[in-house]
Design a protein around this ligand. Structure first.
Ligand code: FVH
Length: 290
């Protein structure tokens, strides 16, 4: 087995364990380390090697994947014993979720140790890892990306290298998560509307999946509106959208359900309308958010 087929995974939470297992079952020699060693038991039975400490995990492979709760946890683990010094000449591939500043700090630290650094963001839940369409955002030097590409391809077929500005993967990740959780918050309010009308909630989920391209087109359009700074000629103005929000607030009152989500959105729209953007496109709301 060549050194290129050796990889170490530090952090065996739900995601780290799946990353290690996926690599293991793709023919990699996988060395693992986790603060709570018992979490490695199943992986060891499947053929992974449990490192005694973080330094041993680093020494075992040319590519070190970290997937922990946050970047501070990664740093504290890699500052244990000789692990940090042992990173010299290796690729440190951080797959923990963080901010762009976390990524910049991590890259500067890794480079100061003589390690290559690649910042990654997994746009997937553990059960979606290892599929041909699993998206992973990457950022860092082109050399670091080349060093990590083969391992990453096993974890997700849809690699998106966002360039050498190392904060880019985290920026893409957090921005998409913002969109996702906004949709989820809206979906949950919709689910309460469904429940109040005794409709089956799973059908709402199915419908959102079915019409996702139409919803995506609306978001794409507002992205162009903002980038072009062209907020005129609305098909659906802030004023129009505020009417829908007011309906949702009223429905919540009529049905005796929570109104937190529509109330919040209504307030946001109201702020934009009061600022004078009522007859502009929905994307104009960004002007009162700036
Ligand atoms: N799970 C998911 O769906 C998401 C999908 C998108 C990407 N995320 C990110 O992946 C990172 C790891 O997530 P996770 O699901 O594996 O679980 P977490 O609870 O976030 O992390 C558990 C591991 O972190 C270790 N850990 C926590 N604090 C420390 C510390 N101070 N020192 C050392 N290790 C620490 C923990 O160790 P232990 O509790 O088992 O001993 C686990 O290994 C995360 O950034 C997600 O946002 C997953």
């Amino acid at each position: 087995m060549t050194a290129h087929k050796n990889v170490s995974v530090i952090g065996l939470g739900p995601m780290g364990a799946v990353l290690a297992r996926t690599l293991l079952h793709s023919g990699y020699k996988v060395t693992v380390w986790n603060r709570t060693a018992e979490k490695a038991a199943a992986l060891v039975q499947e053929g992974a090697i449990l490192a005694e400490n973080p330094a041993a995990a680093v020494q075992a492979s040319p590519v070190i994947i970290t997937c922990l709760n946050n970047y501070a946890a990664t740093r504290s683990v890699l500052e244990t014993g000789s692990a940090a010094g042992d990173l010299h000449g290796r690729l440190f591939l951080e797959l923990t979720t963080g901010t762009p500043q976390d990524a910049r700090d991590a890259e500067a630290w890794a480079n100061s140790l003589g390690a290559a650094y690649l910042d990654g963001a997994l746009l997937a839940t553990p059960r979606q890892i290892g599929k041909p369409d699993t998206p992973i955002f990457l950022a860092g030097s082109a050399d670091a990306y080349q060093q990590g590409e083969a391992v990453l391809k096993v974890l997700g077929g849809n690699l998106m290298y966002m360039g050498t500005a190392v904060g880019a993967a985290a920026a893409w990740d957090l921005s998409l998560l913002s969109g996702l959780f906004g949709l989820m918050a809206g979906f949950l309010q919709g689910a309460r509307i469904f429940e109040s009308e005794k409709l089956p909630v799973h059908e709402l989920g199915n419908m959102i999946q079915l019409i996702a391209p139409v919803l995506g087109e609306m978001v794409r359009h507002e992205g162009m509106v903002i980038s072009n700074n062209d907020f005129g000629n609305p098909q659906s103005s802030l004023q129009t959208c505020a009417v829908s929000m007011a309906l949702m607030v009223r429905q919540a009152k009529e049905a005796g359900i929570t109104n937190e989500v529509p109330q919040f959105l209504h307030q946001l729209l109201d702020k934009g309308i009061k600022a004078g953007y009522g007859e502009e496109q929905l994307g104009a709301l960004i002007k009162s958010m700036r």
